[in-house]
Design a protein around this ligand. Structure first.
Ligand code: SF4
Length: 473
């Protein structure tokens, strides 16, 4: 959080090295920072007889306070490091309603500020998001599920990307065998869902960039989905058409014809200079044209992704992007904060150590509220600049259900394709994961193992056999 490049070690550091150290034992807790030759040390009596959880909290709090003081940094999410702060707030609300009936809502914000140093602004964002997703969360059943389909190909590689996606130029020969394996996996998932009486709520074709494959291949894929699942009955069918450099009018027409109800066209930024710096081979004009074409073809629910903190971007530039996107009036705007992942070119090449002030950029998202958008899902990732968040905003009535379901782990996600991670969620909250191979070539070559692993779905649901037998349709 304070030193993103630092490594964690249990070894004693070299003399004069910069170090953050925590020692606990003999009834004492010692936190120390040595930085550029200057040492700051805090020593205190460690509370005896604490539970491991309370001991961890006490240690983290002492270290957090020392680091805040020595670095001058004040992370807006305070000590909270988890990926799902909205769920944390929701669970705390329930617990406090039981323990302190009649307590005013602001008391939870005060509690989070005092215990975890969460800023008022972030607490309000999490609380508002929890309110806005309550209706979507209430309508799941123990046997509802979503389907995720991965297309791990892209027209070029963005510098911040750590995903396994392959460029179509380098790995185009894999696309046909990949789609054939995917067709078999989807047929298997369809049979699994029927056997286990699961009800499909949403479909999400993501990647990579699904529109990186040809219009004919996209048509075949969506026909397979139509043949295998009850598409007209699903509540949401999203396809990522993320990159305008491969999303042609013909492909947008295929998405419409085969029942996609939500598409995602992702500028990330509307600055051509920033787009070039992150390896996207398209301009802001291409994004605007792609959006206009999607609207012309009748796509009435469009999401646009933005990233705060990109190299060469500035708070003023981010605000211009935000205004440009708002002028288009998409139904959803998702604002990510740049995450530095080890497998990304940005980190490998250290192409640009200069990242914009992500916190200032995010503060301009107040404009979204003023324009009628509400936060409806939110998550955090390790390695995100300034430990900030990613937030999906929506116009009333257009919240992306799949995003809520996956982040809040309220129902099963059955995943197909390379890098796919199936997450089984039982009615009792039990969770089991089944992973597909990461890379397209592995997925194709070891497809029998992919199929065999999916038997875990039958095993998982066998435990709940007598539950909700009417759920299937
Ligand atoms: S479009 Fe997405 S998946 Fe493809 S390279 Fe860029 S960030 Fe990665």
């Amino acid at each position: 959080m304070f030193f993103p490049d630092a490594r964690l070690t249990k070894r004693w550091p070299a003399r004069r090295a910069d170090v953050v150290a925590v020692l606990r034992g003999g009834g004492r807790l010692v936190c120390a920072v040595r930085r550029d030759g200057r040492c700051d040390v805090r020593l205190r009596r460690a509370e005896a007889c604490l539970s491991p959880r309370a001991e961890e909290y006490e240690t983290c709090r002492a270290l957090f306070l020392l680091l805040r003081e020595t670095t001058g940094l004040c992370p807006p999410w305070g000590m909270l490091t988890g990926v799902r702060p909205v769920r944390f707030v929701r669970e705390l609300r329930l617990a406090r309603a039981r323990e302190h009936p009649g307590e005013p809502p602001e008391a939870l914000g005060e509690y989070l500020r005092e215990k975890y140093f969460v800023s008022e602004e972030k607490y309000r964002l999490a609380a508002r998001t929890a309110d806005n997703q309550a209706a979507a969360l209430a309508c799941g059943t123990p046997r509802s599920y979503s389907l995720y389909i991965s297309i791990p190909f892209c027209p070029s590689r963005c510098s911040y990307c750590s995903f396994v996606s392959r460029t179509t130029a380098q790995s185009g020969r894999l696309i046909e065998p990949y789609l054939e394996a995917l067709r078999r996996e989807l047929a298997g998932i369809s049979a699994l869902a029927r056997r286990n009486r699961l009800r499909l709520e949403t479909i999400y074709i993501g990647g990579g960039t699904p529109t990186a494959i040809s219009a004919g291949q996209l048509r075949t894929l969506m026909q397979t989905v139509r043949d295998s699942f009850d598409v007209p009955a699903v509540r949401e069918y999203t396809v990522e058409a993320g990159r305008p450099d491969c999303t042609t009018p013909e492909k947008l027409a295929v998405l419409k014809e085969y029942g996609a109800t939500r598409v995602s066209i992702n500028p990330q930024t509307l600055s051509d200079e920033v787009l070039a710096a992150i390896g996207r081979r398209h301009t802001a004009r291409d994004v605007l044209d792609c959006f206009a074409e999607a609207r012309r073809q009748g796509h009435g629910n469009i999401n646009m992704d933005l990233i705060a903190g990109l190299p060469k971007d500035t708070p003023e530039g981010f605000l211009r992007t935000l205004r440009g996107v708002l002028a288009l009036g998409p139904e959803n705007i998702t604002v990510h904060t740049l995450t530095l992942k080890r497998a990304s070119n940005l980190v490998i090449e250290r192409a640009s150590p200069e990242y914009g002030d992500a916190a200032r950029m995010l503060s301009s998202c107040a404009l979204l509220g003023e324009s009628g958008y509400e936060p409806y899902y939110l998550y955090r990732q390790k390695g995100t600049l300034q430990n900030l968040e990613n937030t999906g905003y929506t116009k009333p009535g257009f919240a992306g259900l799949y995003n809520i379901f996956i982040m809040e782990e309220v129902h099963t996600i059955l995943s197909a394709g390379a890098g796919g991670s199936t997450k089984l969620v039982g009615p009792d909250g039990a969770i089991r994961r089944i992973f597909n191979y990461k890379y397209p070539s592995e997925y194709i070559e070891r497809f029998d193992t992919v199929q065999a692993r999916k038997q875990g779905v039958d095993e998982f649901y066998a435990k709940y056999d007598d539950l909700d037998p009417q759920a299937a349709r």
